[in-house]
Design a protein around this ligand. Structure first.
Ligand code: PBG
Length: 325
């Protein structure tokens, strides 16, 4: 009989499987998203995202302690303001909900690395990520507001600015704005490749950020495109991004791999709300083994080339990883 390869030699027991394993998950890979609301005494579960809560500032501390305890190095903050207007003024307010939350994190857990999501959609009454005139989202007019938002977040103590608005030129504008305000050392994680995805549904419920008319397809990318993703990423690199993000994750693993191969910046993936909710729903029904499925999905994102994973599963995944070692 002709000789054939015996791949199973290296799969015989856990020791050799561990020794030849190519990718690993660790709590250090995770960024945990937090939703902060105005008011007090609030810890309210988001119905479409079991296990994820709205916190008022006075209740945020307990959550931060848990994140730090689990060895997760970073959080990203999303504010859900009470007051919205046409230009999203609360996004850049010195005492806006996110600015206060950033200061709260730094007081309570100074070593947690704080990312600020820089966008306007939670703050505008029309729910778009920029200024609207004559029914259209205006690019250049929006940049100024985004720069002010980023600078106010840096002033409040954010360690990194993560702009998710998908206006053209936002990296260059924010970089210049941060530098001029004295924040040369604050890096930018660009949501370089953000698709117009149906997987954001539960987040929009959670952040009250659905567009009130139209959709986001004039600024977010068409899910059919991958060459366009490379153009987007290339300009963000040129404009001075320090890290790149792909969003969502599951349906876009090929994009993660392409960015990883073509650019030399760290790649982050956003495992978005709809991806989380699908797993939770199937697990609740007893149709899948939640732990195994979550760890497999997250590991798949690392194998695809992501160094960091922004995920609502971060706390439970970190706990499972702890239990397994
Ligand atoms: C926009 C923003 C979105 C998410 C985070 N920031 C998407 C959108 O509404 O376009 C979605 C994240 C998720 O689904 O988990 N600023």
């Amino acid at each position: 009989m002709k000789a054939f390869a015996r791949h199973r030699r290296l799969r015989q027991n856990e020791a050799i499987r561990r020794m030849t394993r190519e990718n690993h998950l660790s709590p250090a890979d995770f960024i945990y998203p937090l939703f902060v609301v105005e008011g007090s005494g609030i810890k309210k579960e988001i119905p479409s995202m079991p296990g994820v809560f709205h916190y008022s500032l006075d209740r945020l501390g307990e959550e931060l302690d848990e994140v730090a305890e689990l060895g997760i190095p970073s959080v990203i903050l999303f504010g859900v303001p009470e007051h919205k207007d046409a230009c999203g003024s609360e996004a850049q307010a010195e005492n806006g909900i996110v600015q206060q939350a950033i200061r709260r994190v730094k007081e309570r857990q100074p070593h947690l690395y704080v990312m600020a999501d820089t966008c306007l959609c939670q703050y505008t009454d029309h729910g778009h990520c920029g200024v609207v005139e004559e029914g259209k989202v205006q690019n250049d007019e929006s940049l100024d507001l985004l720069v002010k938002t980023a600078v106010s977040q840096a002033r409040a103590g954010a360690d990194m600015i993560a702009p998710s608005n998908m206006m053209d030129g936002f990296v260059a504008a924010i970089r210049r704005g941060l530098d001029e305000a004295g924040f040369k050392e604050i890096p930018i994680l660009s949501y370089a490749v953000k698709y117009a995805s149906a997987f954001y549904g539960p987040f929009r419920d959670a952040a009250h950020s659905s567009p009130q008319f139209g959709d986001r397809r004039t600024y977010q990318m068409d899910p059919a495109n991958s060459r366009e993703a490379l153009r987007e990423a290339a300009t963000d690199v040129e404009e001075g991004a320090d890290m790149l993000m792909v969003k969502p994750g599951l349906a876009y693993m090929d994009i993660i791999r392409q960015l990883r191969d073509r650019f030399h910046l760290p790649v982050t993936v956003y495992n978005v709300s709809g991806e989380y909710s699908m797993v939770k729903a199937a697990a609740e029904k007893g149709w899948i083994n939640e732990r195994d499925v979550v760890l497999e999905l997250l590991l798949g994102m690392k194998r695809a080339g992501a160094e960091l994973i922004l995920t609502y599963h971060a706390k439970e995944a970190a706990r499972w990883l702890q239990e397994m070692t």
